[in-house]
Structures are given as C-alpha cells and as structure tokens.
Design a protein around this ligand. Sequence first.
Ligand SMILES: [Ca+2]
Length: 263
Amino acid sequence: MASNDALHVSFDDGFGPIGNAWNVDASVPGEVRLAGSSAMMEWATGRDAGHGYGTYTVNAKLEGNQPGAGIILWPGDNQWPGQELDMAEITPDGSGRVYGTVHWNAGGFDAYEARIFDGITTGSFHDYTMVWEPGRITFKVDGAEKGVVTENVPVDFAHGGMNNTIGFLNNNPNTSITVRDVSFTPLGEAAPAPSAAAPAAAETAWDVAVPAQNAIIATEAVAVQTGSGSGLDAWTDANGMVDWNALAAHVTSNYEATGQWFI
Ligand SMILES: [Ca+2]
C-alpha cells in the first residue's frame, strides 16, 4: 500500500488491505471477530507500509479481563522491538480496563509508555481513536481524550521515519475482539477538530521503560521477544507474508509449556 493513504474498512465487503488474516471469524456481516489464536493486519512490507501521521479510529469490542486481545499498529518494517503503537489492550490486573501504548526500541530492548483509558472497560463497543502527530500521540475513546504521549513519539515515513500497519490480535482463550469499522485520515486532509481550550484529561501514571523480560510485557499481545530481534520475522517471508499457522503452533506450544500466551 502506498504511503499514508486514507482508509475505510467497514467489513461489509471483505477485509480491504487488512488482509493478512488468520483464523478470523467473518460470519457476521459488517464485522470480524478474533478469538482463540487469531490475527489480522495490513502487510508489514517495509518502512512505507501502512500509514503515518493522522487519525486512526477503530470501532471495536474487547472482551475478557486478561491480556490477549488488542488493536495493534505494527511497525511497517516488521522489526521488533520497534515502534509498535497499540490503540487498545486489556490490563493484566483483572480489572478489564483498557489502555493504549507507545513502544520503541531502546538499544535492542522493548520500552514503552502506556496510558490507561479512565472509565473504559471491556464488554462493549467503543470508538478507539489515536491521533498521531509530530511529537504527540493522543488516545481518545468515544471522542473523549484519554491520554497523551509526547516523548519517544515516532516520526512517520513521509518525514524520514516509518509508518505502522493496522492490525488486530487475540492470543488468549479467555479474551476476544470484535471489530466493526476501521478508518484512517491522514493529518491535514480532514484535521481532527481542534480542542483549543480543552483541559488535558487526567492521565493515569503508568509510565515505564523496562526490558522485554518484564512480566507485563511477557503477557502482552504481539510484543514478546527477549533481547534483540523481531517478533514476527521468524514467521514472515520476503514478501512480508506471515505464516499464521506456524506462528499459532509456536504460540500454542508456549502456552502448553508455560501457561502463558506469547510469541
Ligand atoms: Ca462494519
């Protein structure tokens, strides 16, 4: 896909470019549901894959109170640790709260900054929005600001950095995610409504930068790999195609061996 094109996928007529899919239930018109071990994403074929600065909105319902379901914007170059941007995941504390995360590569280790979405829990549909601008990522839910990250914000491909690909993942038998609508509008084409005088939303302090061995990260959706290396590379061919069956077998073997779902 060309760099930073607008996108709208309603799931009324296929998956659009979010076609790198494995084990996705599309039996209900207008939506997709991911349960068990399942994933779908745009192809992460290089730094210009997917999208850059702009507004991403995903109407989705996460279910469960454990990590495993997520709206995952994977690094365009498919390298991990890297600039994974997560619009929604379930906290590991059993509360069913939902949070967003900005990941980056800190010298070969994953580091991240997370924002818990105050008042938002699993079990119902929400519009999850992420506005990616130079130096600033804003998370919103149902139009209300839920958190801002201004450090370690990646630069998009058009400005010398890299884009991210839109994806959804579930890797826990006790969670699921149902997605009904996906849209992306490049920054400047139809800018999000200015929030000039709006006070910043109360941000739940949950800022951490830790090595990949951290237990919270180890339970997180896609993002699991100790040390340096890349998450999906071992299952990705030269064209960026992920072998989801091989990946699922690996994830399942990890679960059987450890009781934890991880790549
Ligand atoms: Ca739909």
